[in-house]
Design a protein around this ligand. Structure first.
Ligand code: F6P
Length: 341
């Protein structure tokens, strides 16, 4: 069999480990031919490819980013949505001309939706979920998340000493798009005092009361972890949510406050051991699905098990933090504030 691998959407640590996992398993265990498709789905359209071999797949396990490049795919999605069926024939033609038996698409929610659309066009496809946001529906975890949480936790750890020295409130904004997973996990691991998630919303009076009470009880400094996706009442006037909260907190508590927006540092660099192994295992499982000709599936993690789900079931959905998530409940039991009553 001949298979193609592409990565699409925002990059994250562990994509190369996954490409290697798919590629080396396909070559060694199944005798398949493997090609890499450059820069996401547009590489499929323009047949921008390179051979992936034992040697080209060596030395990439520890590398951040993706050796195949990635893109946000606006143009490709437009073609897929076009009412002119001729446009979609171009995609099918490219796939045929590349002589592929299957296309492996590594990406987040948007990518899985696109992969399902390709499946509906009649292409043999397999999706592998990736994102630091951990918000892909149909899997308990995505690779990239653990590394991002480690980085975000280290950042919060470092804020503690400066917050304490200056008796300030430090607000740190973490990534996650519409989901609060990174903020929840890093906030808990870093010992944040207030954790603000898009899924739970917030009440400013509650936050102020919590911070004032901490000061009254001999804790003059506080750490507030806020997810970038939180909806701020009345908008943020072009500022980051962290800036809004720091200003509002300082104004209403009188405690000096500062913001940190961690940004793309969460997405860059070498994957954690957990993400390397997760990518490797998911990649190997994808190769097995292809060998068994089980197409139209997304590789997924359920509990301790690697399994697969139908792309149809996953497409267009989001996995977000539920108010009764065990981590949220445990935080509440310990007196950590989620900014709500
Ligand atoms: O999905 C990963 C992510 O880093 C989100 O956390 C963030 O909202 C978004 O991508 C940023 O997107 P872009 O790479 O297009 O700036």
């Amino acid at each position: 069999m001949k298979i193609g691998i592409l990565s699409s959407g925002g990059d994250c640590p562990g994509i190369n480990a996954t490409i290697r996992g798919v590629g080396k398993t396909a070559i060694n265990d199944y005798g398949m031919e493997v090609i890499g498709i450059q820069n996401g789905f547009s590489g499929l359209l323009y047949k921008d490819i390179s051979a992936l071999t034992e040697s080209s797949l060596s030395g990439i396990l520890t590398m951040g980013g993706t050796i195949l490049g990635t893109a946000r795919e606006k143009e490709f999605r437009k073609i897929l949505k076009s009412p002119d069926k001729k446009d979609q024939e171009v995609i099918k033609k490219s796939y045929k001309e590349l002589d592929l038996d299957c296309l492996v698409c590594i990406g987040g929610n948007g990518t899985q939706k696109t992969t399902w659309a390709l499946s509906k066009l009649g292409l043999n496809v397999i999706g592998i979920p990736k994102t630091i946001d951990n918000d892909v529906f149909g899997t308990d975890i995505t690779f990239g998340f653990s590394t991002a949480v480690d980085i975000a936790t280290e950042a919060i750890d470092r804020l503690h000493s400066t917050a304490s020295s200056h008796q300030r409130v430090m607000v740190i904004e973490l990534m996650g798009h519409h989901a609060g997973w990174i903020t929840l996990y890093a906030g808990m691991a870093g010992g944040a005092d207030v954790i603000l998630l898009p899924e739970l919303g917030y009440n400013m009076d509650t936050i102020i009361e919590v911070l004032n009470n901490r000061k009254k009880n001999g804790k003059p400094y506080s750490i507030v972890a806020v997810a970038e996706g939180i909806e701020v009442e009345g908008g943020t006037d072009g500022h980051h949510p962290a800036t809004y909260f720091a200003r509002e907190i300082e104004k209403r508590t009188g405690i000096e406050s500062r913001e940190t927006v961690l940004g793309y540092i969460q997405r860059g660099g070498s994957p954690s051991a957990h993400d390397r192994n997760l990518g490797t295992m998911l990649g190997g499982y994808a190769a097995k699905l292809i060998a068994e000709k089980k197409f139209g599936r997304m590789v997924s993690v359920k509990g301790q098990k690697i399994t697969d789900v139908s792309l149809e079931e996953v497409a267009g959905k989001l996995r977000i933090v539920k108010p009764d998530d065990p981590m949220v409940l445990q935080g509440k039991r310990m007196g950590i504030s989620f900014g709500i009553k």
